[in-house]
Design a protein around this ligand. Structure first.
Ligand code: FE2
Length: 377
């Protein structure tokens, strides 16, 4: 199919959402040891074995383990030999997110429309087939070396993607209540936030829904700026951070230095019961940022009445913020790989659609305490 067969202007005008996205299809990380990483996601995070490709399935160069929990699919990929693009990516960045895959109805249309609007090519529309049907994938670059792959799977009945087999394993740990990807945050170099905003507006048809400047997000030492981009149906939200001038090195600077470039800073995973989820994650060894007890003294006067017991929140270090529509509960893990780069957020929304602006100071001071220990502040 070519773009000429479609009435693009009509589609562009459809609520500004010319490229309808059904949701996050998967998130793929390039990691140095996919097999061991998959075990971490299962044992510590509560994911299940989902799919696999590697030598046993005829994949001679790369091995991928897919783990899932409710709607979340994480693909962990390692090279099986030296001299590969994946190996070079890992050498430069350490373990990190390469692909944020978006589920679309028509991956050929999405690619053609994005390229026509100035998107940078990563993968031409490619049909992959097996006995369960076919999947079309295509892709473009976003910030740094991160790519968006468009996945069209309406003609596919298989478990994940052609080339993968179902991964059956005797180890089936209990889930931790993680449901779906709420948002994914990118860190970009100073001066690139607005370029990224323009990319999401012009190429992807997203709209900016929020903006934070260094007055909102600053502590005694560090500052950053952030703009939140969303697609039309609100299922995909990408805040973009850039460092702002502060007295010391900001968390974004630290990320950019250790990731050696722009990339995904955190993946926020939603739960319906954050107290239960965080209790389970902690019991399995996940480390969270420590929040000072003073935060909880002022909590009720700041956010008003909430359903949760504040003592339980304090025990776990869970933060609360309120906006016009409701409130949210959130917590950040410490970074989850050798380099101080990516981490996870666990979030429960009770009406609130924002990102916890009232918690930025407490969170960033907690990150600074970690930076202090690393000697990177
Ligand atoms: Fe977040």
């Amino acid at each position: 199919m070519s773009t000429e067969t479609l009435d693009l202007p009509k589609l562009y005008n459809k609520a500004g959402d010319f490229m309808p996205i059904n949701g996050t299809d998967y998130v793929e990380l390039y990691v140095s040891n996919a097999k061991q990483a998959a075990h971490f996601y299962k044992s510590a995070m509560g994911f299940s074995s989902h799919s696999y490709k590697g030598l046993e399935t005829g994949s001679r160069d790369i091995e991928s383990y897919v783990v899932s929990q409710d709607k979340i699919r994480i693909v962990l990929t390692s090279p099986l030999k030296s001299g590969t693009d994946i190996g070079r990516h890992i050498d430069k960045h350490g373990d990190g997110v390469k692909v944020v895959a978006l589920w679309v109805d028509d991956a050929t249309y999405a690619y053609n429309a994005a390229i026509e609007r100035g998107g940078k090519h990563y993968m031409s529309p490619t049909v992959e087939e097996d006995a369960d049907g076919k999947v079309v994938r295509s892709g473009i670059y976003t910030y740094g070396e991160v790519v968006h792959i468009f996945v069209e799977r309406k003609d596919y009945k298989g478990h994940f993607l052609p080339g993968f087999q179902k991964w059956d394993h005797h180890y089936k740990p209990e889930g931790t209540g993680l449901k779906f990807v709420d948002h994914m945050v990118g860190n970009v170099h100073l001066g690139n936030m607005n370029k990224s905003v323009e990319f999401y507006e012009n190429v992807m048809g997203f709209a900016q829904i929020l903006s934070f400047d260094d007055n909102d997000i600053s502590t005694e030492y560090t500052a950053l700026m952030s703009k939140v981009m969303s697609n039309g149906n609100g299922r995909i939200k990408f805040p973009i951070n850039e460092p702002a001038a502060g007295l010391k090195k900001s968390q974004v600077d630290e990320y950019l230095e250790f990731y050696e470039g722009e990339g995904v800073q955190h993946v926020a995973l939603a739960t319906d019961n954050i107290v239960d989820t965080v209790t389970k994650l902690r019991d399995r060894g996940i480390e969270f940022l420590n929040i000072p007890t003073t935060y909880y003294e002022a909590l009720e006067s700041r956010v008003g009445k909430i359903d949760e017991d504040i003592a339980s929140l304090q025990k776990l270090g869970i933060l609360v913020d309120r906006d016009e529509e409701g409130y949210l509960l959130q917590i950040f893990t410490k970074t989850v790989q050798a380099r101080p780069t990516m981490f996870f957020e666990i979030i429960q929304r009770k009406g609130a659609t924002s990102f916890g602006k009232g918690n930025f100071k407490a969170l960033f001071e907690a990150i600074e305490r970690e930076q202090e220990l690393r000697g990177t502040l």
